[in-house]
Design a protein around this ligand. Structure first.
Ligand code: ADP
Length: 374
Protein backbone atom coordinates (compact mmCIF):
# COMPACT_ATOMS: atom_id res chain seq x y z
CA UNK A 1 0.00 0.00 0.00
CA UNK A 2 1.03 3.61 -0.52
CA UNK A 3 2.36 5.30 2.58
CA UNK A 4 1.03 8.71 1.66
CA UNK A 5 -2.59 8.86 2.83
CA UNK A 6 -3.48 11.47 0.20
CA UNK A 7 -2.07 9.41 -2.69
CA UNK A 8 -4.69 8.03 -5.09
CA UNK A 9 -3.74 4.36 -4.40
CA UNK A 10 -1.50 2.16 -6.52
CA UNK A 11 -4.24 0.93 -8.84
CA UNK A 12 -6.20 4.19 -9.14
CA UNK A 13 -6.59 5.34 -12.74
CA UNK A 14 -7.21 8.83 -14.00
CA UNK A 15 -7.81 9.73 -17.63
CA UNK A 16 -7.32 13.47 -18.07
CA UNK A 17 -8.48 15.02 -21.34
CA UNK A 18 -7.70 11.90 -23.38
CA UNK A 19 -7.96 12.25 -27.16
CA UNK A 20 -7.06 9.55 -29.68
CA UNK A 21 -7.03 10.08 -33.42
CA UNK A 22 -5.74 7.25 -35.62
CA UNK A 23 -5.91 9.23 -38.87
CA UNK A 24 -5.22 12.79 -37.69
CA UNK A 25 -8.80 13.85 -38.47
CA UNK A 26 -11.54 11.79 -36.82
CA UNK A 27 -11.39 11.09 -33.09
CA UNK A 28 -11.85 7.53 -31.82
CA UNK A 29 -11.69 8.99 -28.29
CA UNK A 30 -12.78 12.59 -27.98
CA UNK A 31 -11.84 14.24 -24.70
CA UNK A 32 -12.39 11.67 -21.97
CA UNK A 33 -12.04 12.51 -18.26
CA UNK A 34 -12.52 9.66 -15.82
CA UNK A 35 -11.37 8.64 -12.34
CA UNK A 36 -11.43 4.96 -11.42
CA UNK A 37 -10.70 4.34 -7.71
CA UNK A 38 -8.08 1.81 -6.61
CA UNK A 39 -9.58 -1.67 -6.38
CA UNK A 40 -12.77 -0.75 -8.25
CA UNK A 41 -14.50 -2.93 -10.83
CA UNK A 42 -15.15 -0.56 -13.73
CA UNK A 43 -17.13 -1.55 -16.82
CA UNK A 44 -16.86 0.55 -19.97
CA UNK A 45 -20.05 0.08 -21.92
CA UNK A 46 -21.16 1.25 -25.33
CA UNK A 47 -22.00 0.12 -28.86
CA UNK A 48 -19.37 -1.22 -31.22
CA UNK A 49 -16.95 1.45 -32.46
CA UNK A 50 -17.53 3.97 -29.63
CA UNK A 51 -13.90 3.85 -28.48
CA UNK A 52 -13.99 1.36 -25.57
CA UNK A 53 -11.06 -0.83 -26.69
CA UNK A 54 -9.02 2.22 -27.62
CA UNK A 55 -9.36 3.49 -24.04
CA UNK A 56 -8.36 0.08 -22.69
CA UNK A 57 -5.29 -0.07 -24.94
CA UNK A 58 -4.23 3.41 -23.83
CA UNK A 59 -4.46 2.36 -20.16
CA UNK A 60 -2.56 -0.85 -20.97
CA UNK A 61 0.20 0.92 -22.87
CA UNK A 62 -0.48 -0.70 -26.25
CA UNK A 63 -1.46 2.68 -27.67
CA UNK A 64 -0.50 6.25 -26.82
CA UNK A 65 -3.06 9.06 -26.68
CA UNK A 66 -2.85 11.86 -29.21
CA UNK A 67 -3.47 14.24 -26.32
CA UNK A 68 -4.09 14.07 -22.57
CA UNK A 69 -2.67 12.08 -19.68
CA UNK A 70 -3.15 8.56 -18.33
CA UNK A 71 -2.33 8.41 -14.62
CA UNK A 72 -1.96 5.15 -12.71
CA UNK A 73 -1.35 5.47 -8.98
CA UNK A 74 -1.01 9.21 -9.54
CA UNK A 75 1.84 8.86 -12.04
CA UNK A 76 1.55 9.82 -15.72
CA UNK A 77 2.34 6.58 -17.59
CA UNK A 78 2.08 7.86 -21.18
CA UNK A 79 5.07 6.50 -23.11
CA UNK A 80 5.80 3.69 -20.61
CA UNK A 81 5.53 0.06 -21.81
CA UNK A 82 2.93 -2.25 -20.16
CA UNK A 83 5.50 -3.98 -17.92
CA UNK A 84 6.55 -0.64 -16.41
CA UNK A 85 2.91 0.37 -15.91
CA UNK A 86 2.20 -2.88 -14.06
CA UNK A 87 -0.93 -3.49 -16.11
CA UNK A 88 -2.04 -6.85 -17.52
CA UNK A 89 -4.52 -7.50 -20.28
CA UNK A 90 -6.88 -10.42 -20.71
CA UNK A 91 -8.22 -10.91 -24.22
CA UNK A 92 -11.44 -12.42 -25.48
CA UNK A 93 -9.56 -15.34 -27.09
CA UNK A 94 -7.56 -15.89 -23.86
CA UNK A 95 -4.41 -16.40 -26.00
CA UNK A 96 -3.29 -19.51 -24.06
CA UNK A 97 -0.40 -21.57 -25.46
CA UNK A 98 -2.04 -24.77 -26.74
CA UNK A 99 1.07 -26.95 -26.28
CA UNK A 100 1.72 -25.89 -22.66
CA UNK A 101 -0.06 -27.30 -19.59
CA UNK A 102 -2.14 -25.06 -17.35
CA UNK A 103 0.78 -24.91 -14.89
CA UNK A 104 3.28 -23.99 -17.62
CA UNK A 105 0.94 -21.41 -19.15
CA UNK A 106 0.65 -19.67 -15.77
CA UNK A 107 4.38 -19.91 -14.96
CA UNK A 108 5.34 -18.66 -18.42
CA UNK A 109 4.12 -15.16 -17.61
CA UNK A 110 6.91 -14.98 -14.98
CA UNK A 111 9.55 -16.48 -17.27
CA UNK A 112 9.23 -13.56 -19.68
CA UNK A 113 9.91 -11.32 -16.69
CA UNK A 114 13.17 -13.16 -16.06
CA UNK A 115 12.25 -14.98 -12.84
CA UNK A 116 14.13 -18.19 -11.93
CA UNK A 117 12.45 -21.58 -12.45
CA UNK A 118 12.01 -22.57 -8.81
CA UNK A 119 10.33 -19.33 -7.82
CA UNK A 120 8.22 -19.34 -11.00
CA UNK A 121 6.74 -22.72 -10.20
CA UNK A 122 6.21 -21.93 -6.52
CA UNK A 123 4.27 -18.82 -7.44
CA UNK A 124 2.35 -20.68 -10.15
CA UNK A 125 1.33 -23.34 -7.61
CA UNK A 126 0.08 -20.67 -5.18
CA UNK A 127 -1.97 -19.06 -7.95
CA UNK A 128 -3.35 -22.43 -9.11
CA UNK A 129 -4.59 -23.04 -5.59
CA UNK A 130 -6.00 -19.54 -5.28
CA UNK A 131 -8.13 -19.89 -8.41
CA UNK A 132 -8.92 -23.56 -7.71
CA UNK A 133 -7.32 -25.02 -10.82
CA UNK A 134 -5.50 -27.83 -8.96
CA UNK A 135 -7.38 -30.67 -10.69
CA UNK A 136 -6.55 -29.29 -14.11
CA UNK A 137 -2.94 -28.16 -13.58
CA UNK A 138 -1.39 -30.77 -15.89
CA UNK A 139 -3.99 -30.50 -18.66
CA UNK A 140 -3.56 -28.70 -21.97
CA UNK A 141 -5.92 -25.76 -22.74
CA UNK A 142 -7.70 -27.89 -25.39
CA UNK A 143 -8.75 -30.30 -22.62
CA UNK A 144 -10.54 -27.55 -20.66
CA UNK A 145 -14.00 -25.98 -20.93
CA UNK A 146 -14.34 -22.34 -21.98
CA UNK A 147 -14.89 -21.30 -18.37
CA UNK A 148 -11.80 -23.18 -17.15
CA UNK A 149 -9.71 -21.64 -19.93
CA UNK A 150 -10.87 -18.25 -18.81
CA UNK A 151 -9.78 -18.97 -15.26
CA UNK A 152 -6.32 -19.97 -16.55
CA UNK A 153 -6.10 -16.76 -18.57
CA UNK A 154 -7.03 -14.73 -15.50
CA UNK A 155 -4.51 -16.60 -13.34
CA UNK A 156 -1.81 -15.98 -15.93
CA UNK A 157 -2.60 -12.27 -15.99
CA UNK A 158 -2.86 -12.00 -12.20
CA UNK A 159 0.41 -13.84 -11.40
CA UNK A 160 2.45 -10.89 -12.62
CA UNK A 161 0.84 -8.94 -9.74
CA UNK A 162 -0.46 -6.11 -11.89
CA UNK A 163 -2.03 -3.13 -10.19
CA UNK A 164 -4.61 -2.95 -12.97
CA UNK A 165 -6.20 -5.81 -14.92
CA UNK A 166 -7.74 -4.92 -18.27
CA UNK A 167 -10.36 -7.21 -19.78
CA UNK A 168 -11.51 -6.82 -23.37
CA UNK A 169 -14.95 -8.48 -23.83
CA UNK A 170 -13.77 -11.38 -21.63
CA UNK A 171 -17.07 -13.26 -21.66
CA UNK A 172 -18.22 -12.87 -25.25
CA UNK A 173 -16.74 -16.20 -26.43
CA UNK A 174 -18.79 -18.16 -23.89
CA UNK A 175 -22.29 -19.55 -24.26
CA UNK A 176 -25.04 -17.85 -22.28
CA UNK A 177 -25.11 -20.26 -19.33
CA UNK A 178 -21.35 -20.17 -18.87
CA UNK A 179 -21.28 -16.41 -19.31
CA UNK A 180 -23.52 -15.92 -16.30
CA UNK A 181 -21.50 -18.41 -14.26
CA UNK A 182 -18.19 -16.78 -15.20
CA UNK A 183 -19.60 -13.34 -14.49
CA UNK A 184 -20.04 -14.34 -10.85
CA UNK A 185 -16.60 -15.88 -10.84
CA UNK A 186 -14.97 -12.77 -12.31
CA UNK A 187 -16.54 -10.64 -9.59
CA UNK A 188 -15.33 -12.93 -6.81
CA UNK A 189 -11.82 -13.20 -8.31
CA UNK A 190 -11.62 -9.43 -8.47
CA UNK A 191 -12.53 -9.17 -4.78
CA UNK A 192 -9.96 -11.88 -3.89
CA UNK A 193 -7.17 -10.28 -5.92
CA UNK A 194 -8.08 -6.78 -4.72
CA UNK A 195 -6.82 -5.09 -7.88
CA UNK A 196 -8.51 -2.58 -10.18
CA UNK A 197 -10.42 -4.24 -13.03
CA UNK A 198 -11.37 -2.34 -16.18
CA UNK A 199 -13.70 -4.46 -18.27
CA UNK A 200 -14.96 -3.52 -21.73
CA UNK A 201 -18.34 -4.86 -22.83
CA UNK A 202 -21.27 -4.02 -25.08
CA UNK A 203 -23.66 -6.01 -22.86
CA UNK A 204 -25.64 -3.86 -20.43
CA UNK A 205 -26.55 -6.67 -18.04
CA UNK A 206 -22.92 -7.73 -17.78
CA UNK A 207 -21.89 -4.21 -16.84
CA UNK A 208 -24.58 -3.62 -14.23
CA UNK A 209 -24.12 -7.08 -12.71
CA UNK A 210 -20.37 -6.64 -12.23
CA UNK A 211 -19.37 -3.04 -11.96
CA UNK A 212 -18.91 -0.65 -9.05
CA UNK A 213 -18.51 2.02 -11.72
CA UNK A 214 -20.38 1.88 -15.04
CA UNK A 215 -19.16 4.16 -17.82
CA UNK A 216 -21.53 4.61 -20.77
CA UNK A 217 -19.90 5.85 -23.97
CA UNK A 218 -21.11 7.21 -27.30
CA UNK A 219 -18.90 8.18 -30.24
CA UNK A 220 -15.66 8.61 -28.31
CA UNK A 221 -17.22 10.43 -25.37
CA UNK A 222 -18.50 9.51 -21.93
CA UNK A 223 -22.23 10.06 -21.66
CA UNK A 224 -22.55 9.04 -18.01
CA UNK A 225 -20.38 7.44 -15.35
CA UNK A 226 -21.61 6.27 -11.96
CA UNK A 227 -22.70 3.34 -9.82
CA UNK A 228 -24.72 0.75 -11.76
CA UNK A 229 -28.03 1.52 -10.08
CA UNK A 230 -27.66 5.26 -10.59
CA UNK A 231 -26.98 4.88 -14.32
CA UNK A 232 -29.83 2.41 -14.66
CA UNK A 233 -32.56 4.26 -12.79
CA UNK A 234 -31.42 7.85 -13.33
CA UNK A 235 -30.10 7.97 -16.89
CA UNK A 236 -28.84 11.40 -17.84
CA UNK A 237 -30.56 11.48 -21.22
CA UNK A 238 -32.51 9.50 -23.80
CA UNK A 239 -29.37 7.86 -25.22
CA UNK A 240 -28.33 6.39 -21.85
CA UNK A 241 -31.93 5.41 -21.00
CA UNK A 242 -32.41 3.59 -24.29
CA UNK A 243 -28.95 2.05 -24.28
CA UNK A 244 -29.27 0.72 -20.72
CA UNK A 245 -32.76 -0.58 -21.50
CA UNK A 246 -35.58 -1.23 -19.09
CA UNK A 247 -37.10 2.23 -19.66
CA UNK A 248 -39.71 3.79 -21.93
CA UNK A 249 -38.96 7.33 -23.03
CA UNK A 250 -41.64 9.86 -24.00
CA UNK A 251 -40.70 13.26 -25.45
CA UNK A 252 -42.87 16.29 -24.85
CA UNK A 253 -43.18 20.05 -24.47
CA UNK A 254 -43.88 21.62 -21.12
CA UNK A 255 -47.27 23.36 -21.35
CA UNK A 256 -47.73 24.63 -17.81
CA UNK A 257 -46.02 24.54 -14.44
CA UNK A 258 -48.19 24.40 -11.32
CA UNK A 259 -46.10 24.24 -8.16
CA UNK A 260 -44.59 20.75 -7.86
CA UNK A 261 -46.35 19.46 -10.96
CA UNK A 262 -46.11 20.29 -14.63
CA UNK A 263 -48.22 19.43 -17.65
CA UNK A 264 -46.32 18.01 -20.61
CA UNK A 265 -47.75 17.52 -24.07
CA UNK A 266 -46.28 14.59 -25.96
CA UNK A 267 -46.59 14.83 -29.73
CA UNK A 268 -50.05 13.81 -31.03
CA UNK A 269 -51.25 12.78 -27.62
CA UNK A 270 -53.19 14.00 -24.59
CA UNK A 271 -51.11 15.94 -22.07
CA UNK A 272 -49.67 14.07 -19.09
CA UNK A 273 -48.71 15.22 -15.64
CA UNK A 274 -45.15 15.02 -14.30
CA UNK A 275 -43.69 15.60 -10.83
CA UNK A 276 -41.01 18.30 -10.82
CA UNK A 277 -37.79 16.88 -9.36
CA UNK A 278 -35.91 20.15 -8.78
CA UNK A 279 -32.96 18.94 -10.90
CA UNK A 280 -34.30 19.11 -14.46
CA UNK A 281 -35.04 22.53 -15.93
CA UNK A 282 -38.80 22.68 -16.41
CA UNK A 283 -40.42 25.82 -17.76
CA UNK A 284 -43.27 26.44 -20.16
CA UNK A 285 -42.11 25.86 -23.72
CA UNK A 286 -39.06 23.71 -22.84
CA UNK A 287 -38.72 20.19 -24.26
CA UNK A 288 -38.08 17.26 -21.97
CA UNK A 289 -37.87 13.47 -22.08
CA UNK A 290 -39.73 11.41 -19.51
CA UNK A 291 -38.35 7.95 -18.65
CA UNK A 292 -40.71 5.39 -17.13
CA UNK A 293 -39.42 1.99 -16.07
CA UNK A 294 -41.01 -0.97 -17.81
CA UNK A 295 -41.71 -2.61 -14.47
CA UNK A 296 -43.50 0.54 -13.24
CA UNK A 297 -46.17 0.35 -15.93
CA UNK A 298 -49.59 -0.95 -15.00
CA UNK A 299 -51.96 -1.96 -17.79
CA UNK A 300 -55.58 -0.97 -17.22
CA UNK A 301 -58.59 -1.87 -19.35
CA UNK A 302 -60.50 1.20 -20.64
CA UNK A 303 -63.68 0.36 -18.70
CA UNK A 304 -61.70 0.21 -15.44
CA UNK A 305 -59.88 3.48 -15.87
CA UNK A 306 -59.98 5.55 -12.74
CA UNK A 307 -58.59 9.06 -12.83
CA UNK A 308 -56.56 8.51 -9.71
CA UNK A 309 -54.53 11.49 -8.59
CA UNK A 310 -50.79 11.02 -8.77
CA UNK A 311 -50.97 8.70 -11.77
CA UNK A 312 -50.45 9.41 -15.44
CA UNK A 313 -51.59 7.26 -18.35
CA UNK A 314 -51.36 6.98 -22.11
CA UNK A 315 -53.76 5.03 -24.26
CA UNK A 316 -52.28 2.24 -26.34
CA UNK A 317 -52.92 -1.01 -28.14
CA UNK A 318 -51.12 -4.28 -27.44
CA UNK A 319 -48.98 -5.29 -30.43
CA UNK A 320 -47.17 -8.34 -29.01
CA UNK A 321 -46.93 -10.42 -25.85
CA UNK A 322 -43.93 -12.50 -24.80
CA UNK A 323 -43.86 -14.86 -21.85
CA UNK A 324 -40.57 -14.42 -19.98
CA UNK A 325 -41.02 -16.72 -16.99
CA UNK A 326 -41.39 -14.52 -13.94
CA UNK A 327 -42.85 -11.64 -15.91
CA UNK A 328 -44.71 -11.06 -19.17
CA UNK A 329 -43.36 -8.57 -21.68
CA UNK A 330 -46.18 -6.60 -23.30
CA UNK A 331 -45.35 -4.46 -26.34
CA UNK A 332 -47.58 -1.43 -26.82
CA UNK A 333 -48.24 0.91 -29.69
CA UNK A 334 -48.49 4.40 -28.20
CA UNK A 335 -47.70 6.34 -31.39
CA UNK A 336 -44.22 7.10 -30.01
CA UNK A 337 -41.44 6.33 -32.49
CA UNK A 338 -39.98 3.69 -30.22
CA UNK A 339 -41.73 0.71 -28.68
CA UNK A 340 -43.38 1.20 -25.32
CA UNK A 341 -43.00 -1.89 -23.17
CA UNK A 342 -44.57 -3.08 -19.92
CA UNK A 343 -43.14 -5.85 -17.74
CA UNK A 344 -46.13 -7.33 -15.93
CA UNK A 345 -45.45 -9.77 -13.06
CA UNK A 346 -46.53 -13.16 -14.37
CA UNK A 347 -49.02 -13.87 -11.57
CA UNK A 348 -50.76 -10.54 -12.06
CA UNK A 349 -50.88 -10.95 -15.87
CA UNK A 350 -52.58 -14.35 -15.70
CA UNK A 351 -55.23 -13.21 -13.21
CA UNK A 352 -56.83 -11.39 -16.16
CA UNK A 353 -54.84 -12.15 -19.33
CA UNK A 354 -54.76 -9.52 -22.08
CA UNK A 355 -54.40 -10.21 -25.79
CA UNK A 356 -52.77 -8.73 -28.86
CA UNK A 357 -55.06 -6.04 -30.26
CA UNK A 358 -56.56 -5.08 -26.85
CA UNK A 359 -56.83 -1.36 -26.20
CA UNK A 360 -55.39 -0.50 -22.76
CA UNK A 361 -54.12 2.39 -20.70
CA UNK A 362 -50.46 2.23 -19.73
CA UNK A 363 -50.44 3.91 -16.34
CA UNK A 364 -47.71 4.84 -13.85
CA UNK A 365 -47.12 6.70 -10.60
CA UNK A 366 -45.89 10.14 -11.65
CA UNK A 367 -43.45 10.23 -8.71
CA UNK A 368 -41.68 7.25 -10.31
CA UNK A 369 -41.16 8.86 -13.72
CA UNK A 370 -37.66 10.26 -14.29
CA UNK A 371 -37.26 13.60 -16.10
CA UNK A 372 -34.37 14.29 -18.47
CA UNK A 373 -33.46 17.55 -20.19
CA UNK A 374 -33.18 17.34 -23.97
P1 ADP B 1 -15.03 -0.28 -29.56
O1 ADP B 1 -14.04 -1.00 -28.70
O2 ADP B 1 -15.98 0.57 -28.76
O3 ADP B 1 -15.76 -1.17 -30.50
P2 ADP B 1 -12.68 0.89 -30.83
O4 ADP B 1 -11.95 1.57 -29.74
O5 ADP B 1 -12.18 -0.44 -31.27
O6 ADP B 1 -14.23 0.79 -30.47
O7 ADP B 1 -12.73 1.85 -32.11
C1 ADP B 1 -13.10 3.20 -32.05
C2 ADP B 1 -12.92 3.80 -33.44
O8 ADP B 1 -11.54 3.82 -33.78
C3 ADP B 1 -13.61 3.02 -34.55
O9 ADP B 1 -14.13 3.93 -35.46
C4 ADP B 1 -12.50 2.19 -35.15
O10 ADP B 1 -12.73 1.93 -36.50
C5 ADP B 1 -11.28 3.10 -34.96
N1 ADP B 1 -10.03 2.32 -34.77
C6 ADP B 1 -9.79 1.44 -33.77
N2 ADP B 1 -8.54 0.92 -33.87
C7 ADP B 1 -7.96 1.49 -34.97
C8 ADP B 1 -6.67 1.40 -35.60
N3 ADP B 1 -5.73 0.60 -35.11
N4 ADP B 1 -6.46 2.14 -36.70
C9 ADP B 1 -7.43 2.97 -37.17
N5 ADP B 1 -8.64 3.13 -36.64
C10 ADP B 1 -8.93 2.40 -35.53
Amino acid sequence: MESNPTSPGRGAIELAGIVKSYDGQSRAVDGVNLKIPDGAYCCILGPSGCGKSTILRMIAGHEDPTDGEVLIGGENVVGLPPVKRRTAMMFQSYALFPHLSVRDNIAYALRVRGMGKKERYERAQAMIEKVQLGTFAERLPGQLSGGQQQRVALARAAITEPRVLLLDEPLSALDEHLRIQMRTELASMQKDLGITFVHVTHTQLEAIALADLVVVMEKGRIKQAGPAREVYISPRDRYVAEFMGGQNVIAGRVEAVNGVRATVAPRDRDPIEVAIDGKTRIEPGSSIDIAIRRDDIELIRPDKRLDSPGRAAVSSRITAIEYQGNFVKVMLDTSEDVAFIAFVPERRFFQDPMHVGDVVYASWDIEHAHLMAQ
